[in-house]
Structure formats: C-alpha cells, structure tokens
Design a protein around this ligand. Structure first.
Ligand code: HEM
Length: 451
C-alpha cells in the first residue's frame, strides 16, 4: 500500500491542478502510470478524505464481496445535486441500505432466465430492422447505431414501448449524464453548464415517463412486463411504489440497460476489425451454425466462439470501467485500515489488464475463455459485471443480447475501420469510443458447408 500525493491535495489550488490534469490529459494513461509507479492498491489525500485506487483483484474482492456491508456507493453516485443520482434518482444503481434491498427484490424477478428468454426474438428483430438501413460500402457511426438499437430493445422488452419519438431526448440525457461524471470533481453546489443542462433534459424525460406511468395506472392491466411489476408491487406494509420510485427504477434500467451493452458491442467490432484471424473464426462459426439464417435462443449454446469473443472484449474494454464505493466505518482490507468516509475507485479496466493475473494482458485473445482454459482464470480478476450483492442485475440479459446482436450482424456484415482511423478511449461514466466509431460496412455471404 503506497500513498501517492499524501498531504499534497489538501488545498483548493492543489486540487484544482489535479482536476485540470485529469480534464486535459488522457485519464486512463495517467492512471496507468499511477499504478505502475505506486502499485495496484494506493491512495491519495483528497481534502479531508482519502481516495483509494484499486487495480488488485484480492482487494476488489474484499470490498465488493467479503466486506461489502462496510461500504456504500460513493457520493458520486448518490449526490442528487452533482452526481449521477441527478438523473437516476434513487434507483437500484444509486441507492443503498433497506431502500436498495427492497427494490432489488422487486426488480430481480424481471431478469430470471425464463423471462429474459422471451426477449430473444425482439432482440433479433430490432437488429434486422437496423440492418435494413445499412448499405454495402457505406460508412456508419456504429457506436451510435448500437446505442439506438440497444435502447429500442430495452424499451420494448422491459417497458413494452417504442421509443422512436424519444430517442433524441434520451440521447441528450445520456450525453449530459456522461459529462456530469467528469464534473463530479467540482463541488456539488457549483452549477456547472453540464449540471444546468442535465437538470433541463432530465425534467423533460421525467415528463414523458410520468405520462407513461399515468397511462399505465389508468389502464390498470398487467401485461407482464417490468413496468407492470413495478406498478403493481407493494412493500411490506402493502403500499404501492410511488410514481417517483417507479420513475427512478425505469430511468435506471433504461440508461444502465442499453449504454453498457452498446459500448461492449462497439469495442467488440473495433477489436474484430483489428484482428482478422479472430474475425475469420467468428464468421466460420456463424456460417456453420446458422448457415445464413438469423440466430435464435436455441443457437446460443452452439455459438461458443461468439461468446468467447465477447467475454474477451469485455476484459479489455469493460463498459463499467470503474466502480466507486465509500467506507461506512473503519475497515481492514488486506492489512490496510481504510478510514471511515474514504472513497474507493475499483478499476475493472486495470484489474482485467493486470499482469499479475493475465499473461500478455493487452493481447486480444478469445482463447482465454475457451471451455478448456476458462477454469484457469482467476475469477476475482474478471469482473465486468462487478461481483457480490451489487452484481449487475441485468448480466444475463446483457450477455444474451450481446451474443444475439453480434451473431445477427456479423453473419451479414463485415465491419472495418476507415484507413488511418485510430479509436481513442473516452472514460466517462462508461467507457466509450471518443467521438463515436466510424466503420465501413461490407455485406458478406455466408460460406455454407456442403451437407
Ligand atoms: C455489457 C453490459 C453491462 C455491463 C458491462 C454492466 C455492468 C454493471 C456493473 C459493473 C454494475 C455494478 C456497479 C456497481 O456496483 O457500482 C452494474 C449494475 C447494474 N446494472 Fe449492469 N451492466 C450491463 C448491462 C446491464 C443491463 C442490460 C441492465 C438492465 C437491463 C443492467 C442494469 C443494472 C442495474 C439495475 C444495476 C444496479 C444493480 C444493483 O446495485 O442492485 N445492466 N452493471
């Protein structure tokens, strides 16, 4: 355990310089240098608090699993004035304690295997609809396309709504949502431009969601979707969830349920374009299993390489690249006493690239996740969906969706990067490709095996 700038960031000018460095330089690169120099578990002094940086799997496991009850989400999530709770309210991601426990119990059944399996067809249909707008030889912003596609899917599967009219509004909210993450370094009372715009666009989105809630309450029926579950459920005293509670969970699931999967797919297409040998093997599997038709749920078991490719892409580019916590009490972690109030940043990005746990960590190698090799992986060093009680509630939904979308798209199109285009990281709330992901589409014909 090493202290980096111990004592050096107590004053405002010192913190200002740090914020300036973070905003103007490559944040990921800066963090990498920090871990190289000071080890994979270190801390800096941040005003009156300590800020711990974690790229160590054992430390992450202690915080997220073994001693999870000693930690809350960090204030960057919970702060309704300057944190992501400005948009998400007190939904599953941003709440803690009894409120979180009750709501997790309500939402989790919507993600049981039986229920999500019913969504497979909707996922494939939406992808085919998108591909009808794709033309051979055209250049598209694939990151934007994946964002719209996954948004349509989450709205349709969980809320039975088409979001065509609201896509621009939701995209504006996402854009701001990403910006406020960076501005969390400023005190939360400061009305930064992003915070002002965030409030405005969130207000508009709330109006739309409250309209939807009012309509559904007026109709009264149970169409079996997540929205119905939220509207009809009662707490231990028999009280229904308030409109505000339903809004908070709905916005949480819409935002958490599409941005992450969309970024995962974007990174996967980027990696495939850079690794033709992996891409060729993926195409061969898709052609052999699907023979040119669209995938169904039943095919997923056979699409093992497709799954390996996704898992490896999520190792190198975890959409949730950093997970934040705050210590509720003094707590000992791997011999170090973390003081009450300390903030901890657990960098999945760096744990999953730490050479302590991974051979040749920066190499894109789906073979790590083959049925023979996967058992050898240190499970604590692979946590793209986090782990412990706060593990992603939508992880099976996300894996099924990513596998179906990748299979549907890659069997029909080959995506390549424009010559000379290098993709940069944009590490905001989620890890996305900076400025989008321009890719050139080439229609492909499946190579069918003689029967
Ligand atoms: C590849 C896609 C996804 C990734 C990488 C991902 C990652 C994560 C991670 C790392 C967390 C834990 C955050 C923390 O502990 O601070 C989380 C939580 C959560 N995710 Fe996901 N997620 C994905 C897709 C989804 C989907 C599709 C949904 C819903 C439709 C979803 C809904 C949620 C919710 C509600 C939580 C909060 C759970 C709780 O604290 O009880 N996620 N996700």
């Amino acid at each position: 355990m090493t202290s980096i700038y111990a004592g050096s960031m107590k004053t405002l000018p010192q913190r200002g310089k740090f914020i300036y460095d973070v905003l103007t330089t490559n944040f990921i690169h800066q963090n990498q240098l920090m871990f190289e120099q000071f080890g994979d578990f270190n801390w800096i002094e941040w005003g009156s608090d300590r800020l711990y940086n974690v790229a160590n799997a054992e430390v992450a496991h202690d915080i997220l699993v073994k001693k999870a009850s000693s930690f809350y989400k960090d204030p960057g999530y919970r702060d309704q004035q300057g944190g992501i709770a400005m948009v998400l309210g007190r939904g599953l991601i941003t709440s803690d304690g009894a409120h979180w426990r009750e709501h997790r119990k309500l939402v989790a059944p919507a993600f049981h295997a039986q229920r999500i399996h019913a969504y497979a067809e909707t996922m494939v249909d939406a992808t085919q609809k998108l591909m009808q707008t794709w033309e051979d030889g055209a250049q598209r912003d694939v990151s934007h396309d994946m964002m719209v596609l996954t948004l349509r899917i989450v709205a349709k599967t969980l809320f039975s709504t088409e979001v065509e009219a609201d896509i621009n509004l939701i995209n504006r909210v996402i854009e701001q949502f990403q910006r406020i993450a960076v501005e969390q370094l400023f005190p939360s009372w400061l009305p930064t431009p992003s915070r002002i715009i965030t409030r405005q666009v969130t207000h508009k989105l709330n109006q739309r969601i409250y309209e939807m809630i009012a309509q559904r309450r007026a109709n009264g029926g149970d169409n079996g979707d997540l929205m119905a579950m939220l509207l009809l459920s009662t707490d231990e005293d028999g009280n229904r969830l308030s409109d505000l509670d339903v809004r908070d969970e709905a916005v949480t699931l819409i935002l958490a349920g599409h941005e992450t999967t969309s970024n995962t797919l974007s990174w996967t297409f980027k990696l495939l374009a850079e690794h033709p040998e992996v891409e060729a093997r993926l195409h061969a599997e898709l052609d052999a299993v699907l023979g040119g038709r669209v995938p169904t749920l039943a095919d997923l078991r056979q699409l093992t390489y497709t799954n390996m490719v996704l898992k490896e892409a999520m190792r190198l580019y975890p959409a949730a690249w950093v997970i934040g916590r705050q210590a509720l009490e003094d707590v000992e972690i791997q011999g170090e006493v973390i003081p009450k109030g300390a903030i901890l940043n657990i960098y999945t990005y760096f744990i999953q690239r730490n050479e302590k746990y991974w051979d040749n960590p920066t190499r894109f190698d789906p073979e790590r996740f083959s049925p023979e090799n996967e058992g050898r992986i240190n499970k604590w060093a692979y946590i793209p969906f986090s782990t412990g009680p706060r593990v992603c509630v939508g992880n099976s939904f996300a894996m099924m969706e990513a596998q179906l979308l990748l299979a549907t798209i890659a069997s029909r199109f080959q995506l390549s990067l424009p010559t000379g285009h290098s993709v940069e990281l944009n590490p905001l709330v989620t890890l996305n490709p900076k400025g989008g992901l321009p890719m050139i589409l080439k229609e492909r014909q499946p190579i069918l095996q003689p029967s």
